[in-house]
Design a protein around this ligand. Structure first.
Ligand SMILES: *[C@@H]1O[C@H](CO)[C@@H](O)[C@H](O)[C@H]1NC(C)=O
Length: 205
């Protein structure tokens, strides 16, 4: 089915929490994901599925509804979508972790004058420090993308020792525009998955 889009971007999501097996990481069998919860306009109930790899090193979340749209008669509320993700990791005593990079894949179709911002804010429950990363896409473009948000050393906060706090990721997509390009887009051909990979960095504590 086709619809007329004055200026459209589509960004969707699947997230992968990657616990990289570095020399300085705790034994894999002592790290596991205890729970994942989510809420927000970008991830309504039933729109998220979870895949945990056999070695419990990677958690993948597939978001079926993390899509933002602007123009073409789309309601203004479609221009901003957000998803709050809450992850509890089981971490052995003597270790803490942080997220040092996020990789994500998806599809964006932006007319000239349209800008998309994908942003993530990270923080541990109960801690005041937060850190963030964002990627800006500027139209005109129409492509599958693979982006990496690298978070510089020292800009992140490590979890409390022994993983006693949930990691929160506030992820959002925001579309803005100047002018009004025109275009058609077929929903049939849209690749509606984005892979988010959260790389974790470990340290002894
Ligand atoms: C994260 O998202 C939640 C839910 O929308 C919100 O209450 C909270 O203030 C956000 N936190 C930050 C640091 O943006």
């Amino acid at each position: 089915m086709k619809f007329l889009a004055v200026a459209t971007t589509l960004l969707t999501a699947a997230s992968a929490l990657v616990i990289e097996r570095q020399a300085s990481a705790p034994p894999a069998d002592q790290v596991s994901i205890e729970s994942v919860a989510w809420a927000g306009t970008g991830c309504p109930a039933g729109s998220v599925s979870e895949v945990l790899d056999p070695a419990r090193q990677t958690l993948t979340l597939l978001f079926d509804a993390f899509v933002a749209t602007i123009g073409g008669g789309a309601p203004v509320l479609e221009q901003y979508k957000a998803c709050t993700i809450n992850i509890r990791l089981k971490v052995p005593q003597g270790w803490s972790y942080t997220v040092y990079k996020t990789d994500y894949r998806g599809y964006a179709a932006l007319d000239a004058g349209v800008t998309a911002v994908q942003k993530a804010i990270y923080f541990f429950s109960g801690e005041s420090t937060q850190w963030s990363a964002q990627t800006v896409f500027r139209g005109p473009l129409s492509k599958d993308y693979l982006m990496t948000d690298a978070i510089s050393d020292g800009k992140t906060e490590f979890s409390p020792c022994g993983g006693k706090a949930n990691l929160n990721i506030n992820s959002s997509l925001r579309l803005t525009r100047t002018g009004s390009g025109t275009g058609f887009i077929s929903t049939d051909s849209i690749v509606n998955k984005v892979i988010h990979q959260y790389g974790l960095q470990w340290q002894k504590c």
